[in-house]
Design a protein around this ligand. Structure first.
Ligand code: ADE
Length: 240
């Protein structure tokens, strides 16, 4: 049975989804509330994981082990790394990688971002979920959704120099603090995933001002797109 795990770091990123659940039940694990129910008729589990890669990874493992989700979507806000991506625009992950993982000093074959022992530097998202997410983004905000790389690290990026370095290392469209942790955990569990992010700031010196102003509107927009993705997944399942 298809069951979609929906994960966001902060309350503002998941609250509208939790409020839309039907037949809702809640259980606590590792300090997070896992809300089970149906969203637009699709079985889902929604969790607010907390900020950062470790919080994100451990909640994905719980979604896999305890709730047996078959697909994972990460919803939330991000800082733009690309001049064409403005506040409110959407990014759908082609793949995700770390910008703050660096072992190249001990082995020059490791590139910055690469996790030793993993066979990929960037963890690929699921093509079908990417397609649904892009279509959902286009419905919400036509012409303002891009598919590309997401760069993650345990840093709120708010300096031009920091932003430029992340672009150099990763070539990503946006930066945030959970996506690659979710992607790596999904990859290791062989569970298809996608990240959807709405831009809340430009990840430069304007970010400190913009983030609090646009966080809620961007987070709620992304949640709406996530709900629309769930609808598309449900419709595809009903056809097949
Ligand atoms: N999430 C939203 N904006 C961000 C930024 N500038 N850096 C890291 N995470 C973010």
């Amino acid at each position: 049975m298809t069951k979609l795990g929906i994960i966001g770091a902060m309350q503002v990123e998941v609250e509208t989804l939790v409020s839309q659940l039907e037949n809702k039940t809640v259980s606590q694990k590792a300090g997070s509330s896992f809300y089970e129910g149906t969203l637009v008729g699709l079985p889902v589990v929604v969790v607010q994981c907390g900020v950062g890669k470790v919080n994100a990874a451990l909640c994905v493992q719980i979604l896999c082990d305890c709730f047996e989700v078959t697909h994972i979507v990460n919803t939330g806000v991000a800082g733009s790394l690309c001049a064409d991506l403005d506040i409110g625009d959407l990014v759908v992950s082609q793949d995700a990688m770390y910008h703050d993982f660096d072992c190249h000093v001990i082995n020059e074959n490791y590139s910055v971002g690469q996790v030793p022992g993993m066979d990929v530097v960037a963890f690929p998202a699921d093509d079908a979920l990417v397609g649904y997410a892009f279509a959902a983004g286009e419905l919400e905000n036509p012409g303002h959704t891009k598919i590309g790389r997401v760069a993650s690290g345990d840093q709120f990026v708010c300096q031009k120099s920091q932003k430029e370095q992340i672009v150099r290392i990763t070539g990503a469209l946006c930066t945030e603090m959970e996506g690659a942790g979710i992607a790596q955990t999904a990859y290791r569990n062989n569970v298809p995933y996608v990240i959807i992010r709405a831009i809340s700031d430009k990840a430069d010196d304007s970010a400190e001002m913009d983030y609090p102003t646009f966080e809620t509107i961007a987070a709620h927009r992304c949640a709406k797109v996530t709900s629309s993705l769930a609808r598309q997944l449900k419709e595809a399942l009903d056809v097949n």
